[in-house]
Write a protein that binds this ligand. Sequence first.
Ligand SMILES: [Zn+2]
Length: 264
Amino acid sequence: MRDPELELEAELEDLMTVLAESDLESEAEVFAPSVTTASGGPIFEVACAGCAAGQCVACPDGLCAACPVHGGGCRAVLRQAVIEAIKLARNAADKVDAAISVEPGKRGKDAKETARLFQFFFCHDPSLVIPWAGGPSGVTVAHRLRAVAGELDGGRRILFECRTDAGCNAFTIVGVHSTIFLCPPFWAEIPLRGLPNVDRRAGTIIHEMLHNLYDVNDFLTGANPTPRRFDAHCYEAFVLRVNGFGADPFDVQACGQRACDMRI
Ligand SMILES: [Zn+2]
């Protein structure tokens, strides 16, 4: 029997062929939002065409597509994914905190696995101090994931807008901080290894919320590419894997194309 975990990681390792300097300092300026402790439950609207009555709001820009969910039940599918995203993000943050609460040599089995996955996706141990962030790398990663969970859990009202755009699961627009645009594959039933669709959708929502909260830019290439700790694909894959799920191979691949920063 093939081991999906080893396969995914072998796949990533194959892709990690380019090692170059990247600019982690760029993170410092945008690492600002504080963690919202809201837990009133998700507050969101859906702007789609073709949802069952009462599920959708009017399309704000005239560009909405039909929500391609069976029976028009867009709100229910989305709500389930948001609730799952909150759970996955908080659980991942707790695991990172647990891993950095003890010396690396004294970690138990679970903390060791968390650190291994962290190292794999972010290229260093979660206890590594990032000088400009004023503490261990894991602290900022956990903080960001908790902020995502808090904002999804009633911290802000989020608009989900269905679009027909090809080639994406979802996207955000720079400077628009409370809207997530959903592309057709988000709604599809995709048979990914070890990854139920509700968790795949949850991972996508976490990814897009990182864009909304931190203007994470996971598209920079060339001389000054996006560092791993600032690439939403790396967070998405890490969160899913640390929660025991498979990751979307696309995210693993996108993260793997990022060089490990060699200065830290
Ligand atoms: Zn992205």
